[in-house]
Design a binder for this molecule. Sequence first.
Ligand code: SAH
Length: 237
Amino acid sequence: MRVVLVRPTHPGNIGACARAMKTMGLTRLCLVAPSRFPSAEATAMAAGADDVLYHAGVHASLPEALAGSGLVVGTSARRRGIAWPEAGPRAAATEVLDAARHGEVALVFGPEHSGLANTEIESCQLMVCIPTAPDFSSLNLAAAVQIMAYEVRQAALDEGPMSPRTEARSATAEQLEQLYTHLEEALVAVGFLDRAKPGRLMHRLKRLFNRARLDQNELNILRGFLAAVQGREKGSG
Ligand code: SAH
């Protein structure tokens, strides 16, 4: 399981997140385009979790940081204009634990000022909003990481040892991106999607597939189906 911080602007927050993670037994930190890293401020705020900082991956984009991950859970201080599958921290932690049996899991946190962008939310299968006072909902980044890491740890403690894997592995974030690209091409080819007037179609379809939590077999079936549709289209054109 990895914690992904998207465009963190305050180096102290990166260190405080590393500390929050380590207290709950999490070690894998990924940073997407941090303003400043490494930095003395981050190390000072890590207060002994320097090893988490030292091993942190630095990535240019969110898709890069999500490479290989199955379930992607995003966090947001507020409801956005877009409706997306949502869960509270506790229910999300149970899902995270469950998904960690079949694949990798990413917990994604947004920048201090703006939170995650809508396109970044589209990479998440589930959004978590930590309940707060209604008129003051924005937690400090490291505080949000602490709460989520705590919930995952509690869920693990409640559950006891993990049972063996049975189902197919979850489709990974990059496989889903490839599916969306393929789907878009096929929809254009059959004349269902007009690139000049795309509307919200791809957004809605991504939401549908994110909700479905595809496994590798299901993903392969869909890719095969799309390839067959494209083959027919070519043949008939
Ligand atoms: N003004 C931003 C706040 C960003 S706070 C906004 O409205 O989204 C920085 C990050 O901390 C957020 O992107 C989110 O990942 C996390 N965070 C802060 N408060 C949260 C809350 N109440 N629930 C879930 N995540 C929260």
